[in-house]
Design a protein around this ligand. Structure first.
Ligand SMILES: Cc1ncc(COP(=O)(O)O)c(C=O)c1O
Length: 388
């Protein structure tokens, strides 16, 4: 048997079943899943709308590119049309967030005829070469040198620094809430100033909603809170209820320049992925997932803040937007995440010192209680053991 390339340390947990907000190991022990496959299972495991659409699609067409017309393609376009910002009326389906970022950058570079991209400190946009070129963390970039010198990294949430965006810049890419970078929330002032600067210098504004989008922050698309209108928006992770699918949505102006053969993807727009999107949007709307994320996010965050105040020597800050939650520690996050798993709660890291919780919209108050007491217990141990 070949060995899996271990780019990330294994979690030491063999999962045999997953449903809703829980997963079970082989012995039948239940874990509360606040990891949700890096946030992709925001609609919960085996979401009934997604499963039903996938089941029915499995019986008809499972492999056909969207150059052929199908019912499921029409349905997926119609579904996305119900939730996309109205000025982003053209889209392309791909398979992962990185691929969507890749296309967004390609479109901006070609349309503008400019080479430079601008991005921000703490930004994460994926691991393919162009996506990596606008990803800030040196740990991911080292040794790959993606397009050296072609990205300006500006301090996140710093309005003054936006002046460095000039006529050389083809596009600026921004996360409305930085996920991997540690749950840092863009301010309204920053997003507005960024939009204005992009317009002034003729740079495209790309909003990356791969992690924050599709309801997680309490709105279908997080950036709409600030009233900004990106030229290009990318989304992925949870839009297919956990099925691998992503989307690039663009304005009329960007779409107008699209040329035959400019881009393509073998699996992009696969009928099963489209069915997953149809089911995902159905679930989002019928279950009012953004509203649930906002409500449960507030409950979870306020209880986390109480816990944080009990442990000032270990916890620096709790940051949250809906169900995108970061607990910044004064010690390393990894041992805390391992201990949380032992206590039955799955979480993930964001950088070295932030414990990230990306719960599905369907967590309830009992689940909140479970996660809070697990964290309290773990932090107590951490204080006693001087962890970090
Ligand atoms: C904001 C953001 N953009 C892009 C990506 C890359 O997505 P993928 O891992 O599906 O390629 C991620 C993944 O975590 C992300 O959080």
């Amino acid at each position: 048997m070949p060995a899996l390339l271990r780019f990330s340390a294994p979690r030491g947990l063999k999962v045999s079943r997953a449903e809703g907000q829980y997963v079970w190991d082989a012995s039948g022990r239940r874990y509360l899943d606040l990891h949700t496959g890096h946030g992709a299972a925001f609609l919960g495991h085996k979401n009934k709308y997604v499963v039903a659409r996938l089941r029915s699609q499995l019986e008809s067409i499972t492999c056909l590119p969207p150059i052929f017309d199908t019912d499921i393609l029409e349905m997926a376009l119609e579904s996305m049309g119900r939730i996309l910002p109205s000025h982003l009326g053209h889209l392309f389906f791909l398979n992962s967030g990185s691929e969507a970022v890749e296309l967004a950058l390609k479109l901006a570079r070609k349309r503008s005829g400019r080479r430079v991209f601008a991005s921000f400190t703490g930004a994460f946009h994926g691991r393919t070469m162009a996506a990596l070129s606008v990803t800030h963390n040196q740990r991911y970039r080292q040794g790959y040198d993606p397009f050296p010198g072609e990205t300006l990294f500006l301090p996140f949430n710093n309005v003054e620094a936006l002046r460095a965006i000039d006529e050389r810049v083809s596009a600026v890419i921004v996360e409305p809430v930085q996920g991997e970078g540690g749950i840092h929330i863009a301010t309204r002032e920053f997003m507005r100033a960024l939009e204005e600067r992009c317009r002034d210098v003729g740079a495209y504004l790309i909003v990356d909603e791969v992690q924050a989008g599709f309801g997680r922050t309490g709105r279908v698309w997080s950036h709409t809170e600030h009233g900004v209108k990106p030229d290009i928006m990318v989304a992925g992770k949870s839009i297919g209820g956990g099925f691998p699918v992503s989307v690039v949505a663009v304005s009329e102006e960007v779409a107008a320049g699209v040329e035959e053969g400019e881009h393509g993807s073998t699996h992009g727009g696969n009928p099963l992925a489209l069915a997953a999107v149809v089911g995902g949007v159905e679930a989002l709307e019928r279950e009012n997932a953004p509203e649930a994320a906002s409500r449960m996010g507030e409950i979870l965050a306020s209880q986390l803040r109480e816990v944080a105040s009990e442990f000032p020597s270990v916890v620096r800050e709790v940051r949250c937007k809906g169900l995108m939650i970061g607990v910044e520690l004064k010690v390393k996050a990894s041992p805390v995440i391992t201990a949380l798993q032992e206590a039955g709660v799955l979480a993930l890291r964001a950088g070295l010192i932030v414990v990230r919780f990306l719960p599905p919209y369907l967590i309830n108050e009992e689940d909140v209680g479970v996660s809070i007491s697990a964290l309290e217990k773990v932090l107590q141990q951490s204080v006693k053991g001087g962890a970090g």
